[in-house]
Design a protein around this ligand. Structure first.
Ligand code: TPP
Ligand code: MG
Length: 379
């Protein structure tokens, strides 16, 4: 790690540790659990509903989430073996959000807009694992032709509008896609134009201006967009409740007259149901929805983060609510599939992930002569 960056990180660690320790060691303010307010909110939401699912949907979700998790674990391995460059932000723990929302939408028809934590959104949108892995290796076969890397995945074919290194940059891009869908329908009389756009972003991103500007426009014009907040409590080393005056982000929708919902982001079936309601509303011309998914990242902010500042109580609270294990429990409880069938799916996924690494390792580097290609529109 760059020495300057290490200093910054160490500064943040010592600053935030005292806060975390005072909240978790007997100093818990009234109304908070030992694991913190974020956990307390999830506790209140959990187990509210008994969802029924078909075998087809249950297995589809299990495959997608397992692919997301195992792909990210493989990325960590490849990063530490020096195969990837720059910052790499993993999605472990948050899979229910990507699979729940994108799984409720139509691939190659609806639109998806991500952040720098974008690998799993790309996979859920249908971008092949080998194209994502090659991109992370900087290869010509990557979905952004090796020019983007981990934080800039893009796929025209799969309607992935990009990953963005700057927080909040994707929100106005998503707004534009939603506007274009409505404009085609209403101004250009294209009745088939009913695509919905999902914009994913984090809790920390909800404190910047673009978020509010886009909420305003989306509601004003009743755009077919879903704002999906992945509230994992942390923005690098800044705890959510230290950075924002109203921690319940879904309530901010109300200020714009927009529909907002909070959902258990560790339960893919709850996320999926909320997304289905939002998609229905958007396609019917009833406008946007703000969905706040309460979730947690199981790893550090990026692979360069030693993850030393979050308390063990907090981490273990969320680890015990692993969204993939939760879905497995629901699937087996409902008799939709056996544990053996799920183990077989894991093997299938492992071979897809391993193949993506083989493919990426043997893929060509971009030709240095084409350094400036794909920057400008070509004929
Ligand atoms: C405009 C801008 N300001 C600051 C940063 C530095 N930065 C990188 S990640 C991050 C935290 C974002 O946290 P959150 O939105 O909660 O997303 P998460 O990493 O938790 O998924 C910040 C401030 C940035 N990338 N872009
Ligand atoms: Mg966050």
């Amino acid at each position: 790690m760059h020495p300057y960056r290490r200093k910054v990180l160490e500064g943040l660690i010592s600053q935030d540790m005292s806060e975390v320790i005072s909240k978790t060691q007997g100093q818990t303010p009234k109304g908070l659990t030992a694991e913190g307010d974020h956990a307390g909110r999830l506790r209140n939401l959990a187990h509210k509903k008994d969802h029924k699912i078909s075998r087809e949907i249950g297995l589809k979700l299990f495959k997608d989430m397992t692919l997301g998790r195992r792909f990210e674990d493989k990325c960590a391995e490849m990063y530490y073996r020096g195969k990837m460059f720059g910052f790499v932000h993993l999605y472990n723990g948050q899979e229910a959000v990507s699979s729940g929302v994108i799984g409720a939408m139509q691939q190659k028809h609806d639109w998806f807009c991500s952040t720098y934590r974008d690998h799993v959104h790309a996979l859920s949108a249908g971008v092949p694992a080998r194209e994502v892995m090659s991109e992370l290796f900087g290869k010509e076969t990557g979905c952004s032709k090796g020019r983007g890397g981990s934080m800039h995945l893009f796929s025209k074919e799969h309607h992935l509008l990009g990953g963005y290194a700057f927080i909040g940059e994707g929100i106005p891009v998503a707004l534009g896609a939603a506007f274009s869908s409505k404009y085609k329908k209403e101004a250009l009389n294209d009745n088939a134009s009913d695509s919905v756009t999902a914009a994913f972003f984090g809790d920390g991103t909800c404190n910047i201006g673009q978020f509010y500007e886009c909420l305003n426009m989306a509601q004003l014009w009743k755009l077919p967009i879903i704002f999906v907040v992945e509230n994992n409590k942390w923005a690098i080393g800044m705890a959510h409740d230290r950075a924002t005056s109203e921690t319940e982000i879904w309530r901010k929708a109300d200020a714009f007259g927009m529909h907002g919902e909070e959902v258990d982001g560790m339960d893919v079936l709850s996320v999926r149901e909320a997304a289905e309601r939002a998609v229905k509303r958007a396609r019917a011309g009833e406008g946007p929805t703000l969905i706040e998914c309460l979730t947690y990242r199981f790893r550090g902010h990026s692979l360069a983060d030693p993850d030393e500042l979050r308390s063990e109580e907090e981490k273990s609270f969320w680890a015990s609510r692993d969204p993939i294990k939760k879905l497995e429990q629901d699937i087996t409880d409902q008799g939709i599939a056996t544990s053996q069938e799920l183990r077989d799916i894991e093997k299938e996924i492992d071979s897809i992930v391993n193949e993506s690494v083989e493919f990426a390792l043997s893929a060509p580097d971009p030709d240095p002569k084409e350094l400036t290609r794909y920057i400008w529109a070509e004929d």
